[in-house]
Design a protein around this ligand. Structure first.
Ligand code: GLC
Length: 547
């Protein structure tokens, strides 16, 4: 074990941290151009401090032509003018630091933008020193090297006539994949990361990191044979030189793989985002747009399996939302009559588990999905590509829109709802994407005043995590695994036991656990009045007892 790993182990600050995710385009605009920016974020740091979060992960703000909202980077070492300048970024890091908040940058290392200097060079000729920074195959126009598909539609191969070659892209054609087999690419990346670490960054989220070790000739996209070799080198050359939080996005992670990523020796990352619990409501082997009913018992079992598998062998991230996922209250909760109750219930169930919780902007208000009537109001490349592909393939418009209402990434990307003012106080200009019309009821200003709001509930949960070590260390045990309504589990450490007990449905149900736990103290509860032996719609309670 290197000295740096040993040092990291002593300071695992991120185990009791709560992280907040900002999607910068939609958080706060300061200059009236309709797009959120760094000065806007700085102006809201006091809000984040009041909420109580320890770190903020910000989706990419590097220079980018914005084909995929910044996940197509054209310069890793500069800030896109749309968001501000490098000195704004330095100020953000400093101002956050003053409030005890660390900044987590989003690193997109699988691909760059096709406008990145490396790619522009790479296209100039096969003997250009940057050519081998990307993944090329010789070929003939119209005859693809193989039938691999890109995530955002179409072939994963794009023809460059001047070279007589195809390049590989797992996402849009404007996002060419980097060639991690090339040690020069890896060195460039490490130097860039060290440069950000020198500027005081507190951690990194690693975009689609399980796809870097691709082997397109064998049809391999994620979990390639060299993946963990690359990650250990990356971690050793960079992250282990600091006291950082690192979280890899890994759609292809199983519990076994996640143990490698988040091994307690710190050799790879702090943790990963895995998505098993997020993919349960889609049809097997189909696309996310092909909706399936919500399997509640499977959800519990899936989360429990991750809790058990990683206990003392790794570390979980805990999340319901991010910038790619629909709003949780519209998905597993109820965004009508029980919006407030169900938003709180989902929060308590998540924050009660072992791992580091992530709150996506607006989740702490119980923000909901949006239903724009027309595709022209949608901005996301994945959504619009799918719409036109499916309409062309003969799907009915109403069905396509139903999938969009349930799953479009734009559900998460409508502007943050700050107040009742026009455009929810997000911008004085025209927002790049329309605000959700429900902002008059759901907004920060109202919820800060209301002691029973979703926002105040999140603040309490964050506070409890800091007060009760059992939130961080306690062993998880799922109770009533087959129950169709109740999600209940305990967390146990040497002197405390905690029960999290939630009703995931609109029905009132009797709950045997509540009598057994009758004498325990209530840590948090989403209904006023005394706890009975029944759970009301979406009721949740966390109880604590000394052992
Ligand atoms: C990740 C990001 C997503 C992006 C994709 C390609 O999944 O979260 O927003 O489109 O990677 O970079």
């Amino acid at each position: 074990m290197t000295e740096n790993i040993a040092q990291n182990q002593k300071h695992l600050w991120w185990k009791n941290a709560v992280v907040y995710q900002i999607y910068p385009k939609s958080f706060q605009d300061s200059d009236g151009d309709g797009v959120g920016d760094i000065r806007g974020i700085i102006s809201r740091l006091d809000y984040l401090k009041e909420l109580g979060v320890d770190a903020v992960w910000i989706s990419p703000m590097y220079c980018s032509p914005q084909n995929d909202n910044g996940y197509d980077i054209s310069d890793y070492q500069d800030i896109d003018p749309m968001f501000g300048t490098l000195s704004d970024m330095d100020e953000l890091i400093a101002e956050s630091g003053k409030r005890g908040i660390r900044i987590i940058m989003d690193l997109v290392l699988n691909h760059t933008s096709d406008e990145h200097r490396w790619f522009e060079e790479a296209k100039k000729g096969k003997d250009n020193p940057y050519h081998d920074y990307y993944v090329w195959r010789d070929g003939e126009e119209g005859v693809y090297p193989n039938d691999m598909k890109a995530v955002f539609g179409g072939s994963a191969w794009e023809w460059v006539p001047e070279l007589g070659q195809y390049y590989f892209h797992q996402f849009a054609p404007e996002q060419p994949d980097l060639n991690w087999e090339n040690p020069k690419v890896r060195r460039e990346i490490y130097d860039m990361i060290l440069w950000w670490m020198d500027r005081g960054v507190g951690g990194f989220r690693l975009d689609v990191i399980d796809q870097i070790a691709k082997e397109p000739d064998r049809g391999i996209t994620n979990n390639g044979p060299r993946l963990h070799e690359f990650l250990r080198e990356l971690s050793k050359e960079t992250f282990q030189k600091g006291n950082l939080i690192t979280v890899g996005e890994a759609w292809g992670a199983t519990t076994e793989i996640a143990k490698k990523y988040s091994a307690p020796d710190g050799s790879e990352f702090s943790m990963v985002f895995q998505f098993e619990h997020m993919m349960l409501d889609q049809q097997d082997g189909k696309e996310k747009w092909d909706l399936a009913p919500l399997p509640f018992v499977q959800l519990k079992k899936c989360l429990a399996r991750w809790q058990d598998a990683l206990f003392q062998k790794g570390w979980n991230s805990l999340f319901w939302n991010n910038h790619d996922l629909p709003r949780i209250v519209s998905r597993w909760g109820n965004d009508g009559r029980y919006r407030v109750e169900s938003a709180k219930m989902l929060a308590a169930v998540l924050h009660g588990m072992q791992g580091t919780p992530y709150i996506y902007q607006g989740e702490e208000l119980g923000m909901t999905n949006v239903k724009f009537s027309d595709i022209s109001k949608y901005r996301d490349v994945e959504t619009t590509n799918m719409y036109y592909e499916r309409i062309e393939a003969g799907y009915a418009k109403a069905d396509v829109m139903r999938s969009i209402y349930a799953k479009s990434r734009d559900n998460a990307r409508t502007p943050m709802q700050w107040s009742k003012e026009p455009n929810a106080g997000f911008t004085k200009g025209t927002p790049w994407i329309a605000v959700n019309p429900n902002y008059a009821e759901i907004n920060v200003e109202e919820e800060r005043k209301d002691p029973d709001s979703v926002y105040q509930f999140y603040r309490s949960l964050i506070r409890l995590r800091k007060e009760y070590p059992v939130f961080v260390d306690g062993k998880f045990e799922l109770l009533l695994p087959e129950d169709e309504h109740i999600f209940a589990y305990t967390r146990t450490d040497k002197d405390t036991q905690m029960l999290v007990c939630a009703n995931f449905t609109e029905e009132t149900v009797s709950c045997p656990l509540l009598r057994q736990w009758g004498s325990a103290g209530v840590l948090i509860h989403n209904y006023a009045g005394k706890l009975g032996e029944e759970l009301k719609p979406f009721e949740v309670v966390i109880l604590v007892a000394r052992r």
